[in-house]
Design a protein around this ligand. Structure first.
Ligand code: UT7
Length: 372
């Protein structure tokens, strides 16, 4: 069997329109624009509107990524949604994305790895593609953290924002794409960043709601120290695994949590600031969505060119960390299967798209009938 390499062939992002500035926050809690900017680098963040959810943001980002890849949803055979704010505890948000897109040929599941979720998802998808059982995967990082934020807690409410980013990965014999990934976890730090209630330990009750236990809790200073230690180590490790070195790195895309964490990590690695991407000022910390949104914007701004070496590196709840080294390789050289195979593949996609359309129409008609 020939070796398959997973390439990013599409990228997309979605952020809510509503902007919450530091000055707005200073009207809500005892804080100031000056404190937030100097301690975090954040200037504003996006907050989901009433009709926006992790699913709607995921779908917007996914559609953009598919369009840029020039693929239709029926081409997907795998969908992974990394999130800590899923649409529901179950079913998986990824299944709802699958239905919303009409990606009837795709397996779908969610993945929870805190702010490292997107890197975890990228790693899993790239390995499944390299293994040969999957060919075209959609990996989404999406969050509506505003729904689990305690808006009276100034230590956390100034940090987070909502959004989604997505990539489409496709297998090819062409070298490049996701060169290497490393993932890590240290569950002994699980208490440092968590959502205490709503799971089997503390099911929702009047007490849990009254005590605010459905809000995110964080011991910021400890997470800060962990991040400063892990980000440089993970970057070095993934480059080594990819057979590359720091000098060859064209762009580092770190998890957007705190500008001081990013600066400290890149200083340690001696990476010049122009090789480090940051959009934290505009979006705050969007957890699993931060890296794919940043990657998408870096490409849109021309900061990533063909053959560039990019490293995405993250850390987060769990505690978890992870990094991915990517050789940017779009457009991919064409890989044409024999004509007969192409014909039957196309027929299969069209049939799946038609079947999904008919199913959704029927479901719509039936639900109208029930309402009447
Ligand atoms: O995505 C992964 C998860 N999260 C993170 O990566 C967060 C990592 N941690 C951090 O980014 C930083 O620890 C924070 C930004 C959360 C906090 O910055 P810090 O420099 O570690 O501040 P601190 O927690 O040590 O607090 C310093 C002071 C405290 O006052 P006292 O005790 O010195 O009088 C806080 O009460 O700042 C106070 N403070 C605030 N003051 C104004 C905390 N939050 C605020 C605030 N506005 N919003």
């Amino acid at each position: 069997m020939t070796t398959r390499h997973a390439h990013i062939v599409g990228w997309g992002k979605a952020v809510p329109e509503r902007v919450l500035t530091n000055d707005d926050l200073s009207q809500m809690v005892d804080t100031s624009d000056e404190w937030i900017r100097t301690r975090t680098g954040i200037g504003e963040r996006r907050i989901a509107g009433d009709d926006e959810t992790t699913l709607t943001l995921s779908l917007r980002a996914a559609r953009q990524a598919l369009e840029r890849a020039g693929l239709n949803p029926a081409h997907l055979d795998l969908i992974i949604v990394a999130t800590v704010t899923p649409e529901h505890n179950f079913p998986a948000t990824a299944c709802l994305v699958q239905d919303g897109l009409g990606a009837t040929n795709a397996a779908a599941f969610d993945l929870s790895a805190g702010c490292t979720g997107f890197v975890y998802g990228l790693s899993v998808a790239a390995d499944l593609i390299a293994g040969g059982n999957y060919d075209t995967a959609l990996v989404i990082g999406a969050e509506t953290l505003s729904r689990i934020t305690d808006w009276n807690d100034r230590a956390t409410c100034v940090l987070f924002g909502d959004g989604a980013g997505a990539v489409v990965l496709q297998g090819s014999e062409a070298k490049g794409g996701v060169l290497a990934t490393i993932l890590g976890a240290d569950g002994s730090g699980g208490d440092l960043l968590k959502l205490p209630a709503g799971g089997s330990r503390e099911p929702a009750s009047h007490r849990t709601v009254a005590e605010g236990r459905h809000y995110l809790q964080m011991r910021g200073r400890e997470v800060f120290r962990f991040a400063v230690r892990k980000m440089p180590a993970a970057t070095r490790q993934v480059l080594e695994r990819a057979g590359e070195d720091l000098e060859s790195l064209d762009l580092l895309i770190p998890h957007q949590a705190n500008q001081r964490i990013i600066q400290s990590a890149t200083r340690g690695l001696k990476i010049p600031p122009e090789k480090v991407f940051s959009n934290l000022e505009r979006y705050g910390n969007t957890s699993s969505a931060s890296i794919p949104i940043a990657l998408c914007e870096a490409v849109e701004q021309g900061r990533v060119q063909r053959d560039d070496l990019v490293v995405c590196v993250g850390f987060g709840a769990g505690l978890t960390w992870g990094a991915a080294a990517i050789r940017w390789s779009v457009p991919l050289p064409p890989e044409r299967p024999p004509r007969r195979v192409q014909f039957w593949q196309e027929m299969r996609y069209r049939y799946a798209a038609l079947r999904s359309l008919v199913r959704r129409l029927l479901r719509r008609l039936l639900s109208l009938g029930v309402r009447e």
